[in-house]
Design a protein around this ligand. Structure first.
Ligand code: ZN
Length: 253
């Protein structure tokens, strides 16, 4: 057989080139090369030494706000200093070239925007801002540090209410407008790139099903197995940054 050997990355580049409406759905795996561990990786993640249900819940925020911030304050500092990696950069470049309509992300780290992606739907919120739970006043991340009182609780300048990061905590609903936009994008995508997500956390886990249901295709670029592996038109399971760089190179070639 003299057929040309086509790598999965080249195959995906071909799919992207042949699709009109391409959307990306990203999870924690996209930010791992930026030094942000995936909390589902056993023993290495953010939650390895803490019970998330004890701190990262909306009930914990209200019942023990000091403990909540004791946990989150250093983590926000740490996240704020992280930089995008080539996986983020490739997605920003695809958007710039008109090959990618939008990025739907489960990540709160702002790195897609830092990399230059413009249409980013943050379904779990973002550390970019925090809001007063009493009056709704919004504060940029850079100002949050100045809001802490002597007890270590971020407090609204206007009304002295509790200020909460605009990230979705356990026990909170996902932002309705962001989820509606994500569903609309996935329902009309020709190709959904599922990147660095195990696609197990609902309701985001249902999004690839919307693309498949209307006859679109999905590509899966992640190391872990997912419930959609057998539905994927292409499956890449190497280093996410290297895989995406190879896809971009395939588009150039
Ligand atoms: Zn307030």
């Amino acid at each position: 057989m003299a057929g040309q050997v086509t790598s999965a990355a080249e195959e995906l580049a071909g799919l992207i080139a042949a699709s009109d409406r391409v959307v990306a759905l990203t999870g924690a795996g996209v930010s791992v090369p930026s030094g942000i561990p995936d909390f589902r990786t056993p023993g290495k993640g953010l939650w390895a030494k803490v019970d998330p249900m004890a701190v990262a819940t909306i009930d914990a925020f209200h019942s023990d706000t000091k403990r909540f911030w004791d946990f989150y304050r250093p983590r926000f500092h740490d996240l704020a200093d992280k930089e995008p990696n080539p996986a983020h950069t490739v997605l920003a470049e695809l958007e710039r070239r008109g090959r990618l309509d939008a990025v739907i992300t489960q990540n709160i780290d702002r790195l897609h925007r830092k990399a230059g992606s413009e249409d980013v739907i943050e379904v779990h919120g973002s550390i970019a801002t925090a809001s007063c739970t009493s009056c709704g006043e919004s504060y940029p991340l850079e100002e949050v540090e100045s809001l802490f009182d002597a007890d270590g609780v971020a407090t609204c300048r206007g009304c002295a209410g509790k200020v909460k990061p605009d990230v979705v905590l356990f026990g909170e609903l996902l932002p309705a407008d962001a989820m509606a936009r994500a569903e609309q994008l996935c329902s009309s995508a020709d190709l959904l790139l599922c990147i660095g997500s195990s696609l197990e956390v609902h309701p985001v886990a249902g999004l690839p099903g919307l693309t498949l249901a209307h006859g679109g295709r999905i590509a899966i670029i992640t190391r872990s197995s997912t419930p959609y592996d057998s539905d994927a038109a292409v499956r890449l399971d190497g280093d996410v940054a290297e895989d995406l760089q190879a896809v971009l190179a395939g588009l150039d070639g």
